[in-house]
Design a protein around this ligand. Structure first.
Ligand SMILES: Nc1ncnc2c1ncn2[C@H]1C[C@H](O)[C@@H](COP(=O)(O)OP(=O)(O)OP(=O)(O)O)O1
Ligand SMILES: Nc1nc2c(ncn2[C@@H]2O[C@H](COP(=O)(O)OP(=O)(O)O)[C@@H](O)[C@H]2O)c(=O)[nH]1
Ligand SMILES: [Mg+2]
Length: 195
């Protein structure tokens, strides 16, 4: 456990690709002042650095697969330890598999709560195709999108069940998660106001 992080609020943000994690995190940061760490953004920064490691990561991401859990864990831990004055952390796009969550909690600190955005597969596909027109992301094309959705179903859906069993899951149900970002945020605020 990282002693510097004891007592800090740690919120995992989970949902399929295109479910609106990044959109909600931006709003949460603006209203509540948490430190936002997106595992995908950290990986893309490594790719952009042009390092050899970055090239390997880029290949994995283009296939829509998960990068090794140690890689992401180390990146997130470093960023958290560089921001120990934050009142809390939003860990966006993490954990992607149950073991990733367990290793985070045993080596860094337990999660306070897990926010889950439940969006239908076809809605996510449509949103990502649209985002792909401007995002410039190598993985926002239809083939990779399908692969990412498949990875989500296989590896990440069990994460949702796991935290539900632990009593830590805060779910934005589909009817809300598929409406407007404002409506989603109104429901998200009910969680953050209580933390
Ligand atoms: N925690 C993680 N563990 C393993 N691989 C990860 C993790 N986070 C991201 N990746 C890899 C696999 C993903 O397909 C890729 C892009 O991640 P991310 O930006 O979170 O995309 P995503 O597919 O969830 O779409 P979005 O940004 O639309 O949520 O990086
Ligand atoms: N209708 C609707 N679209 C959204 C919502 N949240 C995000 N989007 C759109 O869906 C796309 C993916 O959102 P993003 O926040 O990047 O999702 P992430 O992949 O989960 O990080 C973006 O192009 C957003 O404009 C929402 O609540 N409602
Ligand atoms: Mg995102």
């Amino acid at each position: 456990m990282a002693a510097e992080l004891a007592g800090k609020k740690i919120i995992f943000i989970v949902g399929g690709p295109g479910s609106g994690k990044g959109t909600q995190c931006e709003r949460i940061v603006a209203k509540y002042g948490y430190c936002h760490l997106s595992s995908g953004d950290l990986l893309r920064a490594e790719v952009a650095s042009g390092s050899e490691r970055g090239q390997e990561l880029q290949e994995i991401m283009k296939r829509g697969e998960l990068v090794p859990l140690e890689t992401v864990l180390a990146m997130i831990r470093d960023k958290m330890l560089a921001n120990t004055d934050a009142k809390g952390f939003l860990i966006d796009g993490y954990p992607r598999e149950v073991d990733q969550g367990k290793q985070f909690e045993s080596s860094i600190a337990p999660a306070t709560s897990v926010l889950y955005l439940d969006v239908a597969t076809e809605t996510m596909v449509q949103r990502l195709i649209k985002r792909g027109q401007t995002s410039g992301r190598a993985d926002d094309n239809e083939e990779t999108i399908r692969a990412r959705l498949n990875t989500f179903e296989k590896a990440t859906a069990p994460v949702v069940d796991y935290y539900k069993q632990q009593g830590k899951l805060y779910e934005i149900e589909r009817a809300v998660a598929e409406s407007s970002p404002d409506e989603v945020f109104a429901k998200v605020c009910l969680l953050f106001d209580k933390l």
